[in-house]
Design a protein around this ligand. Structure first.
Ligand code: MV4
Length: 446
């Protein structure tokens, strides 16, 4: 591996470029016509224009990306997160074109992308899954039969979906037929796959995920957990590690299940096993994300590892740089995502030009940013501007630093989620670590 094409934009493209530089790999950025002046383009040694601003004609266009790789002489591709990162056909196309795909094998991406297949595979590896249908439910009658076994409320999910898109809670048997029809229609239009499955609905669970990592030499490790319960409409706002009040037995169960699950599917590279944890400490596998995640820095801050460098090592056929014993969770870290969205207008995107930007600095503060003063926030892409990451000896110290970091942050020209996050960090239940997945939507931080 000599030259890595980074098939992404914004903060993650910059993050990957930085990791490449750290290990002496040369870098190729790609960009759309909207991103000619974007920081990630300047960061890389070379840059290739993909096409017009719409992602479909640029960052999501497999042929244009492969062509950019050929033109630039790149021999590897890092997909970042979002865009093509969990598209198994893209991973396969890279390999076919003779490029190293810096991520899992295409087959692992495909299998985990089918959420019912993922449930089946994990269940047979001994990973607890939410009681539900063994596969997609064919029709209303099949849904009713499964519902009779698991009871109400239940939740319908798209087999080709994930990340909460197209989910529907069903309260009672009388609502099932209509909900099934709606969910099927939505799944078809959102994912091109009408298949839906059914699970028992868990009330106010916590979202805890385990970072896993595997190399091509058979080593599979975990890098502890992240608590990601503070979300709104399935978009995470605050993530932290360790998860507050996670009892040691539950933690051991989660990490052992995650490693066993990853091993059972021959997983390679970085992955995340998502779980719901109920009030009694029982946990259930939800889905596996087969990419580096937005929130990977909190894991880096508590373990001291560079996860993107580990991705590069593994993709190059090297061993992970650490064994499980050496992966210790030290102190605490928290991440806040700053979006160009208006919290006073139900988080409506707030496109425009950043006329002034001041980001915080200092001991224990890390900023992962894709923007600068003058950046134009377009409607074409995800409106996340940057991430603030704070580390401390314990959770209170990390949160105190994060409050200060948010107070020091100035963004002019677009509205941001900064003030909302600042309020959330002062909330009694957040301070004491009593977070759950319904807080934002229930209006806890208004
Ligand atoms: C659930 C659930 C309750 N019961 N599944 C949302 C994201 C997607 N990965 C799964 N999600 C959920 N699945 C069952 N059986 C509640 C959620 C959920 C949620 C999960 C994690 C974080 C925030 C959430 C907000 C609302 C619902």
């Amino acid at each position: 591996m000599r030259a890595v094409l980074v098939a992404n934009r914004g903060e993650i493209a910059r993050r990957v470029i930085r990791a490449c530089r750290r290990v002496g790999l040369s870098t190729v950025a790609v960009f759309s016509e909207a991103d000619r002046d974007a920081p990630h383009v300047r960061d890389a040694e070379r840059a290739e224009l993909l096409g017009p601003p719409p992602a479909r004609e640029s960052y999501l266009d497999v042929d244009r990306i492969l062509e950019a790789a050929r033109r630039s002489g790149a021999d590897a591709v890092h997909p970042g997160y979002g865009f093509l990162s969990e598209n198994w056909r893209f991973a396969e196309a890279c390999v076919r074109a003779g490029l190293t795909f810096i991520g899992p094998p295409a087959e692992a991406i495909r299998a985990m992308g089918d959420k019912t297949e993922a449930r089946r595979l994990m269940a047979s590896a001994g990973v607890p899954t939410v009681p539900g249908s063994p596969g997609p439910v064919a029709d209303t009658a099949a849904a009713e039969a499964v519902a009779a076994g698991i009871g109400f409320p239940l939740i319908l999910k798209a087999a080709g979906g994930g990340g909460g898109i197209g989910m529907a809670r069903v309260e009672r048997a009388a609502d099932l037929a209509a909900a099934f029809a709606t969910a099927t229609r939505r799944a078809q239009s959102a994912f091109g796959n009408a298949a839906v499955y059914l699970e028992r609905y868990l009330e106010r669970p916590r979202h805890v995920e385990i970072q896993v990592f595997a190399d091509t030499h058979g080593t599979v490790v975990h890098m502890h957990e992240r608590e990601c319960s503070i979300q709104r409409r399935h978009q995470k706002l605050i993530e932290e590690s360790p998860a507050p009040h996670l009892d040691p037995a539950t933690k051991r169960g989660l990490t052992e299940a995650a490693v066993a699950g990853a091993r059972s599917i021959g997983y390679v590279n970085a992955g995340t096993m998502e779980f719901l944890v109920d009030a009694t400490g029982r946990f259930y596998f939800l889905e596996m994300n087969t990419r580096i995640q937005v929130e990977h820095p909190v894991t880096e801050e508590v373990t001291g590892l560079d996860l993107v460098v580990e991705q590069l090592r593994v993709a190059a056929g090297e061993r992970l740089s650490v064994t499980q014993d050496a992966i210790v969770q030290r102190g605490a870290a928290v991440e806040c995502r700053i979006y160009a969205e208006d919290p006073d207008k139900s988080f409506l995107p707030s496109p425009g030009t950043i006329t002034r930007l001041v980001t915080p600095a200092g001991e224990g503060i890390r900023v992962e940013s894709g923007v600068e003063t003058g950046s134009v926030i377009s409607v074409h892409y995800d409106p996340m501007l940057f991430k603030l990451v704070a580390r401390g000896d314990d959770r209170d110290a990390a949160l105190a630093r994060m409050r200060r970091a948010l107070d020091e942050t100035i963004v002019e020209g677009v509205r941001t989620t900064g003030s909302f996050l600042r309020k959330a960090l002062d909330h009694h239940d957040v301070r004491r670590g009593a977070v759950h997945t319904q807080m934002v939507d229930q209006g806890a931080f208004r």
